[in-house]
Design a binder for this molecule. Structure first.
Ligand SMILES: [Zn+2]
Length: 485
């Protein structure tokens, strides 16, 4: 397709009109975000007609009513997904994929209650302000600005409102059974400038059975990790016959060695506290599970096959090493960068040990150089090995007219350099052939998505709305055929 990337004077005129409209509608945008975020759209249990419970259902209906009020034609896909078309008579060319569900409130909010958005110091605080209700409404207001300013489009743009992004994206899988993806999709559910590469995911399970060791002192159990996609923050070890005063010195040694904290948490129990991190950036964490295994090696426990398994697993996943080198799968390519690998679920009993890792794989990872090598390494260390999940990487060419046009719109509006990013996490567009994540958060800002005191800057909202407006005009504008620059 041909896309207009030029920045001629008539385009600048259109952009100026739209930008003025957006600035004039700041308060309305803020008010809509406050109302939208008041709906606690956390996933609930299935009910007839409400596939993800009341919250996501109410949020979807709210968003659809808003789209209708602003003059767009809407469709509801059985409560899974909603859609609003700029003009259903136009050939659908661009999909904007956003979501109305949110993660649970969590604890530790200080500025406001999670579902009571407040404006403070130029920011909106509340669950969903930055992920993803605020950005969704930026896209909606971009569509409004274009309509209100009478800017002609010759190709259609559709806002898709999902309701299950945070819990596995079953919403859009259902939607895409009924509808074809548009030729181009962007999702305002990440950061600017643009994410065109998402690494693959590779989950492996290592296990080993052994004879119970009756000799004291012994380890009864070890547990760490609550989710495969997070570095464990806490590990709990339970013992039998261990004189706890003999644990003190090894615990202090471990604290020095690993930068973790150890505590005697029961009569025969030690808890190790590290620091969690997302599995796509494990280097930022301190793996409490691995640290706890190191501690086992320092305690005066009677030798056993169980302890040997713990030792072996440390050879495959050394503490502080997150590049997969222990499994012999460290690799790196220029476009998608280095593989990451973190052991995140630990369960050791008297007769069995099971460990699960989460690896994010670059474009170059293959059966031969990655999956098979990991399997061989695990097996030669004495573990049974199985693959839990294998998701191929996602990539849209940085040279495609689509990507170049989005970046040019971003540059024209912000004056910042537009460039592609590769990340280890998977976004909403991971399975869409021509889908990228585009905004809405400006570079260098941590809006505490998923955390307490999530926020978004109001200036960021206005800028994102302007960027989306410009992107839609450049991708779908109706001023006749134009040349790719
Ligand atoms: Zn999101």
């Amino acid at each position: 397709m041909e896309i207009d990337n030029s920045d001629n004077s008539s385009r600048r005129g259109l952009r100026k009109d739209a930008e003025e409209w957006i600035d004039a509608h700041r308060d309305e945008l803020v008010r809509d975000i406050i109302d939208f975020c008041a709906i606690p759209s956390v996933k609930g249990s299935y009910e007839q007609g409400k596939p993800f419970g009341d919250g996501p259902f109410d949020a979807l209906n709210y968003a659809l009513r808003l789209c209708e009020k602003y003059g767009f034609s809407i469709q509801n896909y059985s409560g899974y997904v909603g859609a609003a078309d700029f003009d259903p008579a136009l050939p659908r060319t661009l999909d904007i994929l956003a979501h109305a569900d949110v993660v649970p409130a969590g604890e530790g909010w200080t500025v406001t209650e999670p579902f009571k958005v407040v404006e403070k110091d130029g920011r909106l605080y509340g669950r969903g302000t930055s992920d993803d209700k605020g950005p969704m409404l930026c896209a909606l207001f971009a569509m409004r600005a274009i309509k209100a300013c009478g800017i002609p489009l010759s190709k259609g743009v559709r806002l898709i409102i999902g309701t299950d992004e945070e819990c596995g994206s079953s919403d859009i899988r259902k939607y895409y059974l009924e509808e074809q993806p548009a030729e181009m999709t962007f999702s305002p559910d990440a950061e600017f400038p643009l994410i065109n590469i998402e690494k693959g995911q590779f989950h492996g399970i290592l296990s080993r059975d052994f004879e119970e060791n009756a000799a004291l002192p012994r380890l009864l159990s070890m547990e760490a990790g609550i989710a495969l996609n997070a570095v464990p923050q806490k590990a709990v070890l339970r013992f039998e016959g261990l004189p706890m005063q003999e644990a003190e010195e090894p615990m202090r040694e471990l604290e020095k060695l690993c930068g973790v904290r150890c505590e005697i948490s029961g009569e025969q129990e030690i808890t190790v506290y590290g620091e969690s991190a997302h599995a796509s950036t494990p280097e930022g964490g301190k793996n409490a599970g691995l640290a706890a295994l190191i501690l086992c090696g320092k305690l005066p426990l009677s030798p056993s096959e169980q302890l040997e398994a713990c030792e072996k697993v440390l050879e495959l996943f050394p503490y502080g090493v997150t590049d997969g080198s222990g499994l012999r799968i460290a690799m790196e390519d220029a476009e998608s960068h280095a593989l990451s690998c973190t052991l995140d679920l630990f369960s050791v009993s008297e007769t069995q040990a099971e460990f699960q890792f989460d690896s994010r794989t670059p474009l170059m990872a293959s059966e031969e150089n990655c999956y098979n090598v990991a399997k061989e390494s695990a097996q030669s260390a004495g573990f049974s090995f199985s693959i839990g999940r294998k998701v191929p990487p996602h990539r849209v060419s940085a040279d495609s007219p689509f990507v170049r046009t989005l970046l040019s719109a971003y540059e024209a509006v912000t004056g910042l350099k537009g460039e592609c990013l590769a990340i280890g996490g998977g976004t909403y567009v991971h399975d869409l052939e021509n889908g990228v994540a585009f905004g809405a958060i400006l570079p260098g800002i941590d809006t505490r998505m998923h955390g307490a005191d999530e926020f978004i800057d109001i200036d960021n909202l206005l800028t994102a709305t302007k960027v989306y407006t410009e992107a839609i005009i450049r991708l779908c504008g109706g001023e006749g055929p134009a040349k790719d620059r």
